[in-house]
Ligand binder design. Structure first.
Ligand SMILES: Nc1nc2c(ncn2[C@@H]2O[C@H](COP(=O)(O)OP(=O)(O)OP(=O)(O)O)[C@@H](O)[C@H]2O)c(=O)[nH]1
Ligand SMILES: [Mg+2]
Ligand SMILES: [Zn+2]
Length: 277
């Protein structure tokens, strides 16, 4: 029978299919394959013995969080506690672009900012909107509600950013565990411990454990360059320009002209020096 993995705890995969839920373990063929099952995988399984038989071809997959077959990523971005970081946002956007997953920025904890802070961050967010990214706010739930229909959306963001809280707010049938950040960090672990695929607003949503700043998957140089999508608007004389130390680089020129947000370019430089991932 065919189904989709919606949860994995230890070695036990919860597989959902039309006639219900099956708890399966990988057996036989899997031992010889390098590929291990992840949440989001479509699988062939033996419903009598509860064995996974085969993972069907993936559309895409991410390593952190470990998920597959994703259409879009909701980048849950807290503006305070944990603090707003353009570095983190640019990293997440780059990873999404690299994997051909449409990113949507979801701002949380707006209520914790004063007027001045709001103004500063609004200005930065305007830039992201200008270059083509959708920005929604968790306190404007109607904006968030619209995005899920017929899509598989992975929620990703730092631990304590408010991913599980958002899912609980969107549909009262969910009561996912949430925690104040100080408590979550104090315990030395994330509140959400497993990836879980949920059905929400006519779409599929994956809640995931948050990460700390350092926990990242690298993007290769050329793909990283192309992942900074607005750089492509400024053709450089040197065709394969990496926008680093090349002469007459138009990206650098447009950072100076303030057409490109300075922090975007600085983050790009940092990410190119792979030590910053
Ligand atoms: N003030 C404020 N607090 C929020 C907001 N969103 C979430 N929180 C709080 O932030 C804390 C962390 O929220 P969680 O939903 O557990 O965060 P998470 O992203 O799921 O964290 P992990 O599961 O560890 O990755 C909780 O105490 C929430 O009540 C918000 O918009 N404003
Ligand atoms: Mg959570
Ligand atoms: Zn250049």
């Amino acid at each position: 029978m065919k189904g989709q993995i919606v949860k994995i705890v230890s070695n036990l995969c919860t597989v959902e299919c039309e006639d219900g839920i099956y708890e399966c373990t990988p057996r036989g063929k899997f031992r010889n394959q390098k590929i291990s099952p992840v949440v989001g995988d479509y699988v062939e399984f033996d419903e009598k013995n509860n064995y996974l038989l085969e993972i069907l071809p993936r559309k895409n997959h991410l390593e952190r969080p470990l998920v597959s077959n994703i259409d879009q990523g909701l980048l849950v971005t807290s503006v305070k506690s944990p603090d707003f970081s353009t570095n983190l946002l640019d990293k997440l956007l780059a990873v999404m672009e690299y994997h051909h997953i449409t990113p949507i920025i979801c701002i949380t904890k707006w209520d914790l900012l004063n007027r001045k802070e709001k103004k500063e961050i609004k200005k930065i967010l305007k830039y992201y909107q200008k270059i083509g990214y959708k920005v929604v706010y968790n306190h404007k739930l109607w904006q968030v509600r619209k995005i899920f229909k017929n899509k598989t959306t992975v929620l990703t963001g730092q631990t304590g950013a408010g991913k599980s809280t958002l899912i609980n707010k969107l549909d009262s049938k969910f009561q996912l565990e949430t925690n104040e950040i100080s408590k979550a960090l104090g315990r030395g672990k994330h509140t959400t411990r497993h990836v879980e695929l949920l059905h929400l607003l006519k779409g599929k949503v994956l809640d995931t454990p948050g990460f700390s700043q350092l926990d990242f998957q690298e993007v290769p140089d050329h793909e990283l360059r192309d992942a900074f999508i607005e750089f492509q608007k400024y053709p450089c004389p040197y065709k394969d320009c990496m926008h680093l130390s090349e002469k007459e680089c138009q990206v650098k020129a447009n950072v100076e002209k303030k057409n490109i947000l300075a922090s975007r370019y600085e983050n790009y430089q940092k990410l190119m020096k792979k030590s910053r991932w």
